[in-house]
Design a protein around this ligand. Structure first.
Ligand SMILES: NC(=O)c1ccc[n+]([C@@H]2O[C@H](COP(=O)([O-])OP(=O)(O)OC[C@H]3O[C@@H](n4cnc5c(N)ncnc54)[C@H](OP(=O)(O)O)[C@@H]3O)[C@@H](O)[C@H]2O)c1
Length: 348
């Protein structure tokens, strides 16, 4: 099968995805009879391009875009594209729109409008951007169903760790009744370093040097990142219909972290935990909170930088996934897993 891909947003994850497709080209062909070509790319500041016949990943990886403006001479059959993401989606001939723009946790935009437009136009969509899934999952799911296309978003929580694909393909006839985990790597890295004797400021500077803290660290420390992630999990896995601002975030932030750290009993480990659970009345309540974990708790064993998620299922009971240090490469894997899932679904 031949599939055309268009990238809306090409930063760390987009570049890692192009490199991964280039590295896996032969394997994709041999194992899945799948040939992927890029027919376009768009960015906010470095402009975009369209190539009707598509460009192979290895060829695209060798070009300087998006480090510099698109040079049509370097890629025969291509043209530079001026215009915003919506104009690009309307103009680019593609089977799948890969949405990898910057996260806006408060509104999900511009990714939400990009995804809506792509689905409306009958394109399959893969995204790593959790904003649209947190804010408008039901609407987007219904739109995709109405247009007969796929919407996949494996990389929105814990990079490429298989969560949504696991639930869809490997947990048949199962109800997920709860999710729980230390989902924000920056907060838990900072708490881990504080346990080793660092101050909060020193630990936060380390997270920023490591490149995984948000530009505004309060977004991590005050639980917004975890609230958006747990909203995605609850909405997709438990059909919760939650908004991120409905997640209870109490006792968070730098001062609360210092106070809770000082109050720990010997052997306890402090984590910022997110959870969503269906209550007796059928309603789903979600929280992000600082929790003192006993020594034997599996989440207390995680080293700084690791994230984890426990699913509570009516068939399997508890199932726990742990991710080592993640980043653009793991996120790119989740995007590729989604592309392969689309190929399987439409090729069946
Ligand atoms: N990095 C990770 O490890 C990771 C893990 C999980 C999920 N994610 C999610 O994956 C997405 C991409 O992350 P990233 O690290 O690749 O981000 P990034 O390096 O900041 O790249 C974002 C890209 O989106 C482009 N962009 C922003 N607004 C746009 C618009 N209105 N129209 C067209 N292009 C636009 C940017 O263009 P300019 O550069 O010109 O502004 C850039 O090419 C985010 O939603 C992020 O939350 C990332």
């Amino acid at each position: 099968m031949d599939l055309r891909l268009a990238l809306v947003g090409c930063g760390n994850v987009g570049r890692a995805f192009i490199a991964l497709v280039a590295a896996k080209e032969a394997e994709l062909r041999e194992r899945y009879d799948l040939r992927l070509r890029f027919t376009g790319g768009a960015t906010r500041t470095a402009g975009g391009w369209i190539a009707d016949e598509g460009i192979a990943a290895a060829e695209l990886a060798a070009l300087t875009w998006p480090g510099a403006a698109w040079q049509p001479d370097a890629a025969p059959g291509s043209r530079a594209f001026e215009g915003d993401g919506l104009a690009f989606i309307a103009a680019c001939p593609t089977d799948i729109v890969i949405e990898l723009t910057t996260l806006n946790p408060l509104t999900g935009e511009p990714a939400l409008s990009h995804i809506r437009a792509a689905l409306e136009a009958g394109r399959h969509v893969v995204t790593a951007n959790k904003g649209p899934i947190a804010h408008a999952y039901r609407e987007l799911r219904e739109l995709a169903q109405a247009r007969g296309v796929q919407l996949r978003f494996e990389s929105t929580v814990m990079d490429g760790t298989p969560i949504f694909n696991l639930a869809e393909f490997s947990l048949p006839a199962t109800s997920i009744t709860g999710v729980r985990g230390p989902l924000n790597s920056t907060s838990n890295y900072v708490l881990g370093e504080m346990a080793r004797g660092a101050t909060l400021e020193e630990a936060l500077a380390g997270a920023q040097r490591g490149g995984f803290a948000e530009a505004n660290p309060n977004y991590d420390l005050e639980g917004w990142d975890a609230a958006v992630k747990v909203t995605v999990l609850a909405n997709v896995l438990m059909d919760a219909g939650l908004r991120p601002d409905e997640v209870a975030r109490e006792g968070l932030g730098a001062d609360a972290m210092r106070a809770a750290h000082a109050a720990l009993a010997p052997g306890e480990t402090l984590k910022q935990m997110a959870q969503a659970r269906r209550g007796e009345d059928g309603r789903i309540a979600a929280t992000v909170a600082l929790v003192a974990l006993p020594p034997r708790d599996v989440f207390a064993q995680l080293v700084p930088g690791e994230t984890a998620l426990r699913l509570e299922a009516d068939t399997m009971g508890e199932l726990t996934l742990i991710e080592g240090a993640g980043g653009p490469e793991q996120t790119a894997f989740g995007v590729l897993a989604d592309v392969i899932a689309i190929a399987r679904a439409i090729g069946a």
